[in-house]
Design a protein around this ligand. Structure first.
Ligand SMILES: *Cc1c(COP(=O)(O)O)cnc(C)c1O
Length: 367
């Protein structure tokens, strides 16, 4: 348990994940009467001035924090990143066109599967041969010049790998699923034509899906035979207020953005994340093989630390003892096995220190 007046777990859940305690407390304080309206944000009209301010402030702050070009559209959608897997090809992969996907894990595989429903797809590169423990090198990317877009997954939540730098695709639009590392480190958003992310890892509660799209990309969108709600154009034209948005989730997302700003912006959060993950990765590296990281070093994720112990027996014991000691969410995903610690933006340093100490103690007793 964290040393605070309230009971807070050492939460390493992969998603939904930990939120900043200060954000939860602020939301608690405003739950019943938001800024003198006599209503919770859950109870107010999404057409009211009070909600309008929440909505537009969140968009403006996101642009500021991520350095998103002014003319880009920031959208709050629903259906999770999983719906984006289909919306992307539905809107941008026309008849007779093809799209390239870089396959770096289960989420990329799910994305290409939806792409195939709408047009021709191909693998730009794949890390499957080594169970997705690395990110393909730039020289491995086989980009076909007439592609409608190239899609990649910036952080592979399940396998614990992350792109250190992004490919230059020239005139071909670059699209990224950033569900599990958005706002965790600085990058040049103007290199991307479309970015999307489910909110429940780094941005807020589940139920909101962020999409960021360039005006040039919108000019390429198909609208024929695309249902109204599944057209980006609908949400661009209506500032994500075509229908009732996930208002409370957007309010929470806005509070998380304010917290990121207080942390020193994305730069500040990045340094904080590096300190946190150094604690755990160093523990793995200094364990003389007692703990073995899944990802190769230059592809290690700042958000999801995947590791194994020498036997499944020992892993079971590790996870059982960790659970008893108050750690939550350390089980690895079934496709990798072993252990995974998700150290998203809001995971406090204290949780990582506690995990490091627990890992050292466990090795001392069992090594
Ligand atoms: C969690 C996750 C998803 C799935 O998101 P949903 O919002 O549950 O649909 C997709 N891609 C990545 C990289 C993820 O981490």
């Amino acid at each position: 348990m964290l040393k605070q007046d309230v009971h807070r777990a050492y939460n390493f859940n992969a998603g939904p994940a930990a939120l900043p305690l200060s954000v939860l407390e602020k939301a608690k304080g405003e739950m019943i009467d938001f800024e003198g309206t006599g209503m919770s944000v859950m109870e107010m009209s999404h057409r009211s001035p009070a909600y309008d301010k929440i909505h537009n402030e969140a968009i403006a702050l996101l642009k500021e924090l991520m350095g998103i070009p002014e003319e880009y559209h920031v959208l709050f959608l629903q259906g999770g990143a999983s719906t984006q897997f289909a919306m992307v090809p539905m809107n941008f992969l026309g008849q007779g066109q093809k799209a390239g996907y870089v396959i770096t894990g289960s989420w990329s595989e799910k994305a290409i599967k939806e792409g195939k429903l709408f047009g021709e797809t191909y693998e730009v590169a794949s890390s499957k041969a080594t169970n997705h423990n690395r990110i393909p090198g730039m020289d491995e990317l086989k980009i076909q010049q007439d592609s409608a877009y190239i899609h990649l997954t910036s952080n592979n939540t399940i396998f614990g790998t992350e792109w250190a730098s992004f490919p230059d695709t020239g005139d071909i639009p670059l699209i990224a699923d950033m569900s599990s590392d958005i706002l965790s480190h600085p990058f040049d958003a103007s290199k991307f034509s479309l970015i999307y992310a489910g909110a429940q890892k780094n941005l807020g509660p589940s139920g909101v899906t962020l999409a960021i799209v360039s005006p040039q990309m919108m000019e390429r969108a198909n609208t024929a035979n695309v249902p109204t709600m599944l057209r980006y154009e609908t949400h661009v034209k209506n500032n994500s207020l075509y229908n009732t948005p996930p208002a409370y989730g957007i309010y929470m997302l806005g509070l998380v953005l304010k917290w990121v700003k207080e942390m020193g912006g994305v730069q500040g959060v990045h340094q904080f994340n590096q300190k946190k993950t150094d604690l755990i990765y160093n523990t793995i590296d200094e364990s003389n093989g007692f703990y073995v990281g899944h990802a190769v070093k230059d592809a290690r994720s700042l958000m999801n630390i995947t590791f194994n112990l020498q036997s499944t027996e020992l892993e079971k014991q590790f996870l059982a003892e960790a659970k008893a000691a108050g750690f939550v969410g350390l089980n690895g995903h079934r496709s990798v096995g072993g252990c995974r610690a998700s150290t998203y933006n809001a995971v406090p340093m204290e949780s990582c220190e506690a995990l490091r100490n627990f890992m050292l103690e466990f090795q001392k007793k069992n090594g």
